[in-house]
Design a protein around this ligand. Sequence first.
Ligand code: KE4
Length: 422
Amino acid sequence: MSLFSEARAVIAGGVNSPVRAFAGVGGEPVFFKKAHGSWVETEEGRRLIDYVGSWGPMIHGHTHPEVIKVVCDTAADGLSFGAPCVLETAIANKITALMPSIEKVRMVSSGTEATMSAIRLARGHTGRDKIVKFEGCYHGHSDSLLIKAGSGALTLGVPSSPGVPAGLAEHTITLSFNDNEAVRAAFRELGGEIACIIVEPIAGNMNFVPPADGFLETLREECDRAGSILIFDEVMTGFRVAKGGAQAVYGVHPDLTTLGKIVGGGMPAAAFGGRAEIMRSIAPDGPVYQAGTLSGNPVAMAAGLKTLELLDTEDFYDRLGRRTRALVDGLKSIADDRNIPLAVEQEGGMFGFVFTADGPVRRFEQIAAADIERFRRFFHGMLTEGVYLAPSAFEAGFVSAAHSGEDIDRTLAAAEKVMATL
Ligand code: KE4
């Protein structure tokens, strides 16, 4: 019986998060035994160069010694108190220093909790029910955000999962990412009813789709005009694409930001925060309720704080960006040499590649029309060659500070071999 069969016997779907089940690429998922630096080791004893990094948190590579040390030292004095500790104030000060649009913050335990809370805060602060999101963006699995576009642009939302009441779905408007006119039309028609826009400033859940020129500015303008709250979901891009996140790259500041992944350094921690005037509406200061038993627990705070301290250096993102650029430029060059249509994107330590001749990719439709079968063959070929990519054509990839030039060279050598078979 395989490890996956054993897991399936007792865990729903055999995994504790669906994307891990390899449904996007076929075959049985790889079981990891340990991980250090840029590599993971499977239960079969194979070492793979890892470009998933636990879906983003491991920006310093796995088991960075200083992160492990603070986790062990902190844990030795208590795993969780359910009472304030100074580590919470320390990481809050670090987050607000790195992302100045965040004047006040609230720690939570997952990105889903962060976005769910931010949506409730926007609704409670504005007294409005409607929210705007974008097709192809993922913000975790809270009910109001598991909604796909209705038949027409302004048709109120349709649940993308059973279990979401239609009465709730109808308050979510789903528009096309990078479609300024659709945003303007929605605000012309419903602006006064819209509590917030939530957007991934770089859409990392439909591979890697950057904002088109003027898109984020349009969201800012429309929210300002209508008195709606602009939420940047930087759970993935926060501290990944730049020290100050995507908002620092594009120079557009949201009213609220959600964070996750890197902010916990691999431990369960996430956050939402923004303008103090809005955050004052959150309990216990204000009436919008939000709470969590393990929110701000010392071990997760210690891991997150050390992770943020280690990336807060002069040249951290220059080095990380150069290494990531070398990877995607290499992939593009190999594909071009073989006349394989490939579009690539990179920002900081985040990258994407899409087997399509219709690049650059700026719309969900382009990803949906890409050659998914070719991606699946590439994924399994690279896995055979010792390289672990995200097991889905709709995910972004991540390079860590632990990835060496040799890792990139070995990855490109593997790609050279695999692309010859595509
Ligand atoms: P979590 O609840 O998984 O911590 O965060 C949800 C979330 C919110 N916002 C963005 C932009 C996100 O990317 C995520 C989670 N990302 C996925 C992968 N793209 C996590 C992997 C998984 O679902 O297992």
